[in-house]
Design a protein. Structure first.
Lengths: 442, 194
């Protein structure tokens, strides 16, 4: 759940789904061609928080709302976060050049948001500094980023021999909107003073909020997602290895990429330090001092606030997948009690790992799964995922093939369907493809 | 046959997943419940005997005053949420004379919005040649809504230090090596749910 937004663990390694190649470019495709239904081939949405569910705040339980907020703030840590991820695939296609080579490409729109809980700022704004003498409130708790972009991609999966398959994908990013406020520095604290009752210290502040795409009156259009936004590029790599028959080992690196935010950029920066101990009255007798004005001048001189139109670079959150799987159970024909040639194995069990590089630190997940093929028309994958924050994420993925039409869907956190108000995360995916000319891979 | 049984089990699981449940939620209870309490320094000073002697006449200055603007209450974005104010004063008197202190808050037309008298601050004593200062801590609370509303109009703060007469005649300020130290802070109580 903690990494639910981007860990598409049910889709990863799902043989026969072309969208799985976006998670591992070396994913083997058992078809000679695929075309995704425009704007319907991959619709994905995920939302997750690490520290609260709707029931924590909105159950009609007669507990005062302030008490609920107090409890929520008390249990919040600065490593908690909210994340939202959404993807809409607009175009998807692929074809086999020969028995060993499969090309694929497409265009999709993606929205990704993550915000860590600014614990210190929450306490300071909600409770003030009075309950916290000597506490150091850190600006580094302010840590969030958001991006809305279009991605054009083209990749290839290449079988080197019967055991190895490698893949790569090149991506062109077109960033439509971007907000980035990470790596902030600075502290605020109130301590017992010597000159006056308190001393208020704002120290080594370096806070920035970078935006791109907002400093304009023009609303984004479809062209913005094509090549009309701030440009960037990225690559995916993948490897599939069969060390033994029935065993598969995979690994992939996805979205190793950078975006050069140059369009409609605006950066807001606050830097500096300032110590406030009140107004030192000098009792000049006849000539009054403008103490307030002097304080304002000092603040202006020591705390620099500026907004600039400076371009900036952002790195995408790269992901690393890996898996080990064992396939078993060849299909037997009901007519002759013999194995059906070229049917492959009906079952697969495996373990997957997932890592994503986020602003504060990498996040991870571990998945165990079982996949079963029902005849030639339905494949189901059941996965149990463990991560730092959710020990019981049970997910289900289904892929149905009716003639050439493939419909698939995945859903995480099935156990929480019993009561969605308790759920801290939701993740669903749906898509429709046309898959043509099934082929044997080995 | 095995496949059919497996398929039936899968259909049962799927059917279950479509009947998700949720308890009724009440979103109307959401409100802004933040009630921050903010401590902030006000004014401080140290007076020595020179501050209490008129440089022209060399006579004792009965009252020394200084004024500062207080713009922070000019910001209606948060002063609308101000519900209570506490003042803290810490005074240390090393003079062998009594003092009164008057803290006056004035609006933009110099009309008083609130006044805090701190009277009869005792004189320090000399013990074995060492000054034994007098400490006075004073707190004041504004909680009555009408008083708080009036206080929100504050734009100036004036601190008057009044030297009480030297009734004994043997403790003139001139030549007194002591000092008068004043420290102050305010605690603002806000209710953002108002």
């Amino acid at each position: 759940m903690f990494v639910n937004a981007q860990n598409k663990e049910l889709l990863y390694g799902f043989n026969g789904l072309p969208q799985a190649q976006l998670l591992n470019p070396s994913q083997e495709m058992p078809y000679r061609m695929h075309i995704g239904f425009p704007a319907l081939s991959n619709i994905h949405a995920a939302f997750g928080t690490t520290n609260f569910a709707l029931e924590d705040l909105f159950l009609p339980d007669h507990i005062p709302f302030r008490v609920k907020i107090d409890r929520l703030i008390a249990k919040t840590k600065n490593t908690d976060y909210i994340s939202i991820n959404q993807r809409l695939e607009l175009l998807s296609f692929g074809f086999a050049k020969d028995e060993d080579t499969y090309f694929s490409g497409g265009w999709y729109e993606e929205f990704d948001f993550i915000s860590y809980m600014p614990k210190d700022m929450m306490d300071l704004v909600y409770y003030g500094n009075n309950p916290y003498p000597d506490r150091i409130f850190k600006a580094s708790d302010i840590n969030f980023k958001m991006e809305l972009l279009g991605v054009l991609h083209f990749g290839v999966s290449k079988k080197i021999n019967d055991n190895f398959c490698i893949g790569g994908r090149f991506k062109i990013y077109s960033s439509v909107l971007n907000v980035n406020s990470t790596h902030n520095e600075g502290t605020f604290t109130t301590i017992q003073g010597s000159n006056n009752i308190y001393t208020h210290l704002l120290s080594d502040t370096n806070i920035s909020v970078k935006t791109a795409g907002f400093a304009t009156d023009k609303a984004p259009n479809i062209g913005s997602f094509l090549l009309g936004g701030s440009k960037g590029f990225g690559v995916d790599f993948g490897l599939t290895w069969h060390p033994l028959e029935q065993w598969t080992v995979t690994t992939s690196l996805v979205d190793l990429g950078v975006i050069f935010n140059k369009k409609d950029v605006k950066q807001y920066n606050v830097t500096g330090s300032y110590t406030f101990t009140g107004f030192d009255l000098l009792y000049p007798g006849t000539s009054p001092n403008d103490y307030w004005g002097e304080m304002e001048d000092q603040i202006d001189a020591r705390i620099i606030t500026e907004d600039t139109a400076t371009a900036y670079t952002t790195w995408r959150s790269s992901k690393i997948y890996s898996s080990v799987a064992y396939s078993f159970g060849q299909r037997r024909s009901g007519k002759c009690n013999c194995l059906v040639a070229g049917s492959g194995y009906m079952n697969e069990v495996g373990v997957q790992t997932f890592n994503i590089f986020r602003p504060k630190r990498p996040q991870y997940a571990l998945t165990a799964y079982f996949k079963h093929q029902f005849g030639s028309f339905l494949t189901a994958k059941v996965a149990y995922t463990y991560d730092e924050y959710n020990p019981a994420n049970l997910g289900l993925g289904l892929s149905l093939k009716l003639g050439s039409v493939n419909i698939y869907a995945t859903m995480d956190n099935m156990l929480e369907l019993q009561d969605l108000t308790k759920s801290k995360a939701v993740s669903v995916m749906f898509g429709i493809n046309i898959l043509l000319k099934k082929r044997e891979l080995y | 046959m095995k496949n059919k049984i497996s398929l039936l089990v899968l259909m049962a699981v799927l059917a279950t997943s479509f009947f998700s449940c949720y308890r009724t939620l009440d979103f109307d209870q959401a409100e802004n419940t933040a009630k921050p309490i903010i401590d902030a320094d006000l004014a401080y000073f140290t007076l020595n005997s020179n501050h209490l002697i008129d440089p022209v006449t060399s006579l004792e200055r009965i009252t020394a005053s200084d004024t500062t603007r207080v713009q922070i209450l000019d910001n209606t974005d948060y002063t609308d949420y101000l519900i209570k104010v506490d003042f803290q004063f810490k005074i240390k008197n090393e003079f062998q004379r009594k003092f009164d202190v008057n803290v006056r808050f004035l609006d933009e037309n110099y009309v008083p919005t609130y006044t805090i008298p701190i009277t009869a601050i005792d004189e320090a004593t000399i013990v074995s040649g060492t000054i034994s200062p007098i400490y006075r801590n004073h707190t004041e609370t504004l909680a009555i809504p009408a008083t708080v509303t009036s206080f929100k109009n504050t734009r100036f703060a004036v601190v008057d230090v009044t030297l009480q007469p030297d009734t004994s005649g043997i403790h003139p300020i001139s030549g007194d090596s002591g000092s008068f130290n004043f420290q102050s802070a305010v605690t603002l109580y806000l209710d953002l749910g108002i």
